[in-house]
Design a protein. Structure first.
Length: 260
């Protein structure tokens, strides 16, 4: 067999090996991004019109995320924010639109304290999705309902769902890092509806949204504490700190009466 033929064979073999390595790395990259971003990966593929473009966008999010100086909240600060959430939940009974707006404001405050930029919704999603991709659908749903509420187009049930969606992200942002240990107060005995356990430990949120909102106000998320006034040194309630909270109680429409 001539030397030229051997050279051709060698080139073909090398090309095949390069292709195999490329495919293997591409698949590994795809699997890594799917694990990290969860449902956000599929959404990015649909939005970008293809896998390659979507993965470029997701890798760009990772690079920007690495530039952030994120920090965990100390236990006392988590407790303060959980108490604030209880007060926002209590307001839902009389002013559901204002409560939803304040829930959004409280989530934004916590995001900022953790070190996330809070310049706009889409930018928030891009940064949050790197570590909280599995809750971005909740965040998007809550944001959409908030938009309808601003136009007077959201029902009481819609607003109740928005509160639940905001709570999903709120709980993830406050979650205790692995290895830090549990430092909060033990949950109240018999808290059947678990109104704020850490993400992944509470009941199906679709179940929680269908009961009287007054049942949501008995305990702070994950603490079993009642919705009392702020503790000494309490962080300001969203809206009192100027972080996109409601300016005042919204008027209640006839279709917003809490279910009995």
């Amino acid at each position: 067999m001539s030397t030229a033929i051997w050279v051709v064979i060698a080139v073909v073999v090398v090309a095949a090996l390069v292709a195999v390595v490329f495919v293997a790395r591409s698949r590994a990259q795809t699997q890594r991004l799917k694990r990290r971003f969860g449902p956000e990966y599929d959404r990015a593929v649909r939005s970008a019109g293809g896998r390659a473009a979507a993965e470029r966008e997701l890798r760009s999010r990772e690079q920007r995320h690495e530039e952030l100086q994120l920090k965990e909240l100390d236990p006392a600060r988590r407790e303060q924010y959980r108490e604030q959430w209880v007060r926002v939940q209590e307001r839902f009974v009389d002013t559901p639109e204002a409560a939803v707006e304040q829930a959004n404001g409280l989530v934004t405050v916590v995001m900022g304290e953790r070190g996330y930029p809070t310049h706009g919704f889409e930018e928030n999603v891009a940064h949050l999705s790197v570590e909280h991709g599995r809750t971005m659908d909740h965040y998007r749903r809550a944001h959409a309902i908030s938009g309808r509420a601003a136009n007077g187009e959201a029902s009481t049930e819609d607003l109740r769902q928005a509160m639940q969606h905001y709570r999903e992200l709120f709980e993830e942002l406050l979650a205790v890092p692995a290895g830090e240990g549990h430092t909060g107060t033990a949950p109240a005995a018999g808290a059947g509806h678990d109104t704020g356990a850490q993400h992944g430990a509470h009941h199906d949120t679709r179940h929680d949204t269908r009961h009287d909102p007054r049942q949501d106000t008995g305990a702070a998320p994950g603490t079993g504490r009642t919705g009392t006034g702020p503790a000494t040194g309490q962080a300001p309630v969203a809206g009192e700190a100027g972080h996109a909270a409601a300016a005042g109680p919204a008027g209640r429409r006839d279709d917003q009466a809490p279910r009995s």
